[in-house]
Design a protein around this ligand. Structure first.
Ligand SMILES: *[C@@H]1O[C@H](CO)[C@@H](O)[C@H](O)[C@H]1NC(C)=O
Ligand SMILES: *[C@@H]1O[C@H](CO)[C@@H](O)[C@H](O)[C@H]1NC(C)=O
Length: 335
């Protein structure tokens, strides 16, 4: 027993020195990341909770334009279980315009929760998490030659964040990834996926997004990411979500399901979040609008009545005054 404990200790120490081993919960969980990866404890981290009443509308934000997403070539794409997530490698023919520089795609991956629990996204909007989140990672190819070169530079990376919720129907685009999960159940396994339109993974309205400076959401948490989080959500079916939650292992054998691989929201600190749009969607339902209208009507009526009664009172008083004046003058004249 003693020997076993010692062995565990040695493994932990080795892992700490290697800077390799990290998880979301437990002794190597997210609260312990800064000990091995100092930047994880820094002040411009991701994800964040986007509070829509404190974002800054920026009419100058150009529309985000994904190029080559519709036709990612003919070569199969590599799908990989790295023990932390499922990751699809992307060809450099995919790139983004509408950012300060040209950003070329490298990979996409997902974050999700656990079966039976509604939370799984990393970003939140008004403290609301969704079931899962897709991240599409790009690097600034105008300034750098590779992802690893760009990964530690300010705005070296651009990541698209897509919140995923459960809808009524199966999403065929996501099925291109999810239908292969059983081929890469264990950490380290790879498989290939035929190219498909990645444009369909994105939400319906690309024009509405939030933009802020943040970080990688996993160690080493480099603060090099120009984030774009879309306001609208993508939808997958409950069966698709459950496949994501129940198929993969974070280990080389069937010992630990790969679940709840999302980081908690980090403090915004001095950062600003910009929005490409004004919250046009009214926060009121029809019922609320109706009662609001009624309220205003009743309020106006009350005000009118009040004004009427005050006017009447003033008139009465003035008449009374006139009478007394007449009376007094009469008295005076009598005297
Ligand atoms: C599996 O995919 C990953 C990520 O794309 C890559 O780094 C690794 O070399 C691949 N492994 C094999 C055995 O092909
Ligand atoms: C990100 O940080 C850079 C450098 O401080 C700044 O110029 C830029 O405006 C920031 N962008 C956003 C979206 O906050």
């Amino acid at each position: 027993m003693m020997f076993f404990m010692l062995l565990l200790e040695v493994i932990w120490i080795l892992a700490a020195f290697g800077g390799q081993h990290w998880t979301y919960e437990g002794p190597h969980g997210q609260h312990h990341w800064p000990a091995s990866y100092p930047e994880c404890g820094s002040n411009a981290q991701s994800p964040i909770n986007i509070q829509t009443d404190s974002v800054t509308f920026d009419p100058e934000l150009p529309p985000l334009q994904p190029h080559g997403y519709d036709q990612p070539g003919t070569k199969p794409l590599e799908l990989h279980n790295n023990g932390h997530t499922v990751q699809l490698s992307l060809p450099p023919t995919l790139y983004l315009e509408g950012l300060p520089r040209k950003y070329v795609a490298v990979q996409l991956h997902l974050h999700w929760g656990q079966k039976g629990f509604p939370r799984g996204s990393e970003h939140q909007i008004n403290s609301e998490a969704t079931a899962a989140e897709l991240h599409i990672v790009h690097y600034d190819s105008d300034s750098y030659d590779s992802l690893s070169e760009a990964a530690q530079r300010p705005q070296g990376l651009a990541v698209l964040g897509i919140l995923i919720e459960v809808g009524e129907t199966k999403n065929p685009a996501y099925e291109h990834i999810l239908s292969h999960l059983h081929e890469i159940r264990y950490k380290g396994q790879n498989t290939s996926v035929l190219p498909f339109s990645l444009r369909e993974l994105l939400p319906p309205m690309l024009a509405q997004f939030f933009r802020y400076n943040g970080s990688l959401t996993t160690p080493p948490c480099y603060q090099s990411v120009l984030w774009t989080v879309f306001h609208r959500r993508a939808q997958i079916s409950m069966a698709q979500l459950e496949k994501l939650q129940e198929t993969l292992f974070s280990t080389e054998e069937s010992s630990k399901l790969l679940v709840q691989n999302y980081r908690a929201p980090q403090p915004l600190n001095q950062r600003k979040v910009f929005a490409s749009f004004i919250q046009a969607e009214s926060a009121y339902t029809t019922g609320e609008m109706l009662s609001l209208g009624m309220g205003i009507l009743v309020g106006c009526l009350c005000l009118l009545l009040a004004v009427y009664f005050i006017a009447r009172k003033i008139r009465k008083k003035m008449l009374g005054n006139q009478k007394s004046v007449v009376f007094t003058s009469a008295q005076v004249s009598e005297a």
